[in-house]
Design a protein around this ligand. Structure first.
Ligand code: MGD
Ligand code: MGD
Ligand code: MO
Length: 750
């Protein structure tokens, strides 16, 4: 009998549907119960008894499954995802770091006792807030919800935030400001299929969500695909044959460009005045704010030709009157110190055109991580309680105190956003004991050298992971957890649709679910309220907790998700969910969208004098942008362990224009140094006319000497706390052959 399990990909927010099967060449998968269950896994064995499908055996085959977002398609990361389930490098026992710096296995009882002691000692000496928690947008809704509860009630700390701060926070803040609600796409992805015009700003879906591209095909064929990116990215190239447009601005000038587009819309009489009058406020102020941004001026500030700006504006207006127009933003425009204002300018433009709240047009932002959407709704943010409630709102606090059965004053106030939290590590008054769940902050955080120093200055670092990530390598204690195909739960995809993750495999004997870990620790710490280790029970609690909030899941249950019903939040009890938001009203009191005027601020000053070898024959200050390659996921903790992906992209390469490279004597494949006051990266150069000549690009998937985040600044957007990942000044130079050899030796030794 062929056994299979329907689930979704472990990686990005597209959450492609897939089916897992045990390859036929293997002996048939054993029935539940016949898998030897170690005594310590009693809880898991009990959970097995309730499994509806028999468990499979690794290795697993992965097949794409038909679903509205991926329509059977998967990318290379998805196809190879199951190879990590029984990877030899997997951490399968708690590991304690000895005085010699070597991690050695210990039992779970001892591990949990050590954590409990570390928490109690730290808090007795330095107060509750000296214990911190760093979460991740890859956690299921159940785990993200429980992590927020565990931090606030069991640890009693306000110091919890997560990697979504690096990812979605600016677009989320802009969405809240304009619409009163933040759901990445306020419409089903398949709505894009019929659109005439789609403008994508700072989003390279052809590499970051390959199956997404099929939804762009219609607009592309109609000549209506417009990509805004300082690089001729794979997505920008896709526009070419269809007669679409590629706007290639200077990095960090999108806000100005968007004001220019709004200027054309207003001055050419292309604005949807009826919509503006009926459904928005703030129009007059926006008109005033864009007056000074006529196309020729914007050309001089952004490098985008005035005629191209006019043409783009006209195509957006034209598309709105035909099959529909969509404006979509990605990390390229959001990961800036003015990311919230830039996303706001994109929303203002879309409101001028009357796109949001229409059935065939819209604005959206492309959520990134697997549960980037759900992970930002249920309380692992410093300022948030479940259901996308504000932790400072007395009514929200009273509601959660009721659900949790605790006095309201037990719930701490707001904590610190991620970058500030990381800056506080080991500092006086800062965090001294840190829990990390589902983030590789040593590689993925801005100013990574400073973050690594912060991690090393902690009294106690606990990392929950299934691999020895660069962050886990710094930990005093590593707790091995379950991978996607070994756990039950839910995730909320980029459309705000809640999906089921299903268990297909027995986890390795020594690994534990994070719900189990939190439940045991809460018990040991004498925490108030309850901490179930059963995902469905936790989801039932999350339903109550989210009821009445923005992200209301109260009408959703596992049974309906298992039947394949499409559940888009808000989904209050008695409703049928909300595939399309804002059709009748926006979420602000009064129902109108709020247009907030925004204007560019002065960028920070460039990097100082050259660092490193100042005697290099030719060196040049350039703008560094960072981002993604198709083959690797985020910090690379997972995909660098997939041999096929690593073979195809084994190392970081600096993308640089041949004209700029020539000035510095850099040839294809040459070894280069990329440096600024924060750090230095050594890698090979990849010459490409696809990038602007004053700009260089580095992927951030690689560690140590190739780690792009050694160069990024921990400067943040004042509203969202989002760091500046895509506009940093660096000094680029060729590295002499002798030095190259010594750098390579150091890197091999480390
Ligand atoms: N292969 C792969 N796929 C992924 C991920 C991954 O790590 N690898 N991660 C997932 C996650 S969490 C996320 S958030 C998404 C991110 O998905 P994307 O937003 O598509 O990813 P990035 O590569 O970070 O940035 C997109 C583009 O922004 C451009 N850019 C840089 N600076 C600027 C600028 O100033 N202005 C403009 N207009 N563009 C700029 C870059 O050149 C790049 O092509 O991908 C998800 N999917
Ligand atoms: N320079 C630069 N830096 C960036 C970005 C950029 O564009 N440029 N993008 C930023 C963005 S958008 C993001 S989202 C971040 C992401 O960067 P990270 O937060 O580092 O994300 P991952 O690499 O996915 O790290 C997840 C870690 O958790 C583990 N893990 C996976 N699932 C689970 C789970 O369920 N439980 C536990 N406990 N562990 C799990 C994985 O093995 C891995 O070690 O990077 C940010 N950093
Ligand atoms: Mo992200």
């Amino acid at each position: 009998m062929t056994k299979s399990a329907d689930t979704h990909c472990p990686y990005c927010a597209l959450q492609c549907a897939m089916t897992l099967t045990t390859p036929a060449v293997l002996t048939p998968a054993s029935e539940p119960g016949s898998v030897p269950v170690p005594a310590e896994s009693a809880a898991l064995a009990a959970a097995d008894a309730t499994l509806k499908a028999p468990l499979l055996e690794a290795p697993l085959d992965v097949q794409g499954r038909d679903f509205p977002t991926n329509r059977g398609g998967l990318c290379r990361k998805g196809w190879t995802s199951a190879t990590l389930l029984n990877h030899p490098g997997r951490v399968t026992e708690p590991l304690l770091k000895g005085a010699d710096g070597v991690h050695r296995p210990i039992g779970w009882d001892q591990a949990l006792a050590l954590v409990t002691t570390a928490v109690k000692d730290t808090q007795a000496r330095y107060g509750k807030d000296a214990v911190g928690v760093f979460g991740g947008g890859g956690l299921t809704n159940e785990k993200a919800y429980m992590l927020g509860k565990f931090a606030r009630l069991a640890l009693g700390t306000s110091r919890i935030d997560y990697n979504g701060r690096f990812c979605m926070s600016s677009a989320a803040a802009a969405g809240m400001r304009a619409f009163g609600l933040d759901r990445g796409l306020p419409f089903p992805l398949a709505d894009l299929d019929a659109a005439s015009t789609i403008m994508m700003l700072g989003s390279n879906v052809a590499e970051t969500m390959p199956p997404f591209v099929q939804h762009l095909q219609g607009a592309r064929d109609a000549g209506g695909l417009i990509v805004v990116d300082p690089r001729r990215s794979a997505t920008a190239k896709f526009t070419a044959d269809g007669g679409g447009l590629h706007l290639q601005p200077l990095p960090g000038t999108d806000l100005t460009l968007l004001l220019g587009l709004s200027h054309v819309i207003i001055h050419e009489g292309l604005a949807d005045e009826e919509f503006i009058a009926a459904r928005t406020t703030g129009y007059a102020a926006v008109v005033r704010s864009v007056n000074a941004f006529w196309p020729e001026r914007v050309q001089s500030l952004t490098g985008v030709p005035a005629e191209l700006i006019r043409e783009t504006a006209r195509r957006l207006a034209d598309g709105a009157g035909k099959g529909g127009s969509y404006i979509l933003t990605g990390r390229g425009v959001e990961q800036h110190v003015d990311g919230t204002d830039t996303a706001t300018a994109a929303i203002n433009l879309s409101l001028l055109l009357g796109l949001p709240g229409s059935r065939r047009s819209g604005y959206g932002t492309l959520t990134g991580q697997g549960n980037g959407q759900g992970g930002r709704e249920h309380g692992q943010k410093a300022d948030q309680l479940p259901g996308y409630r504000k932790i400072t709102d007395p009514a929200a606090r009273a509601h959660m105190a009721g659900v949790w059965g605790v006095p309201e004053e037990t719930i701490p106030g707001p904590g610190l956003p991620a970058v500030q939290l990381l800056k506080s590590l080991g500092q006086p008054g800062g965090v001294r004991c840190l829990f990390v769940h589902a983030s590789n902050i040593a590689v993925a955080s801005p100013d990574a050298n400073a973050v690594i120093a912060g991690l090393r200055s902690l009294d106690f670092l606990v990392v929950c992971d299934f691999f020895m990530s660069e962050t886990a390598a710094e930990a005093d204690l590593i707790l091995p957890v379950l991978q996607w195909a070994e756990e039950e739960g839910t995730l909320t995809n980029l459309e705000g649709r809640v999906l089921r993750r299903r268990r297909a495999l027995q986890p390795p004997a020594g690994a534990r679910s994070e719900l189990w870990i939190m439940a045991r620790l809460a018990e040991a710490l004498g925490a108030p309220s309850t901490y179930s280790e059963d995902p469905e029970t936790v989801f039932e609690e999350l339903r109550l907790a989210s009821a009445g909030g923005h992200a209301d899941y109260s009408g959703i249950d596992y049974a309906m998700l298992d039947r394949g019903e499409a559940a888009y939040w808000p989904y209050p009890v008695g409703s049928t969910g909300t595939p399309r938001l804002f059709l009748d009203a926006f979420a602000h009191a009064g129902g109108k969208a709020v247009m907030t005027p925004v204007t560019p601020r002065r960028r920070r000053t460039p990097a100082g004098p050259p660092v490193g070898d100042a005697t290099a024959p030719a060196a040049k200050t350039m703008t560094l942008i960072t981002g993604r390659l198709l083959e690797h996921y985020q910090s690379g903790a997972q995909t660098r362990r997939v041999s096929e992906l690593l073979a195809s992209q084994p190392e970081a390469r600096l993308q640089i224009h041949p004209a700029a490279a020539a000035v510095m004597g850099i040839t294809e494949g040459a070894f280069v140094s990329v440096a600024n006051e924060r750090g230095e990266v050594f890698c090979r150069a990849e010459l490409s006319t696809a990038i602007r000549p004053e700009t260089v690009f580095l992927p951030f998937h690689f560690p140590e000497l190739e780690s792009a985040n050694r160069l990024t600044e921990a400067a943040t957007d004042p509203i969202s706390g989002m760091p500046e990942f895509k506009f940093n000044k660096v000094w680029v130079r060729a590295v002499a052959t002798g030095l190259q050899n010594s750098v390579l030796q150091t890197s091999e030794a480390s």
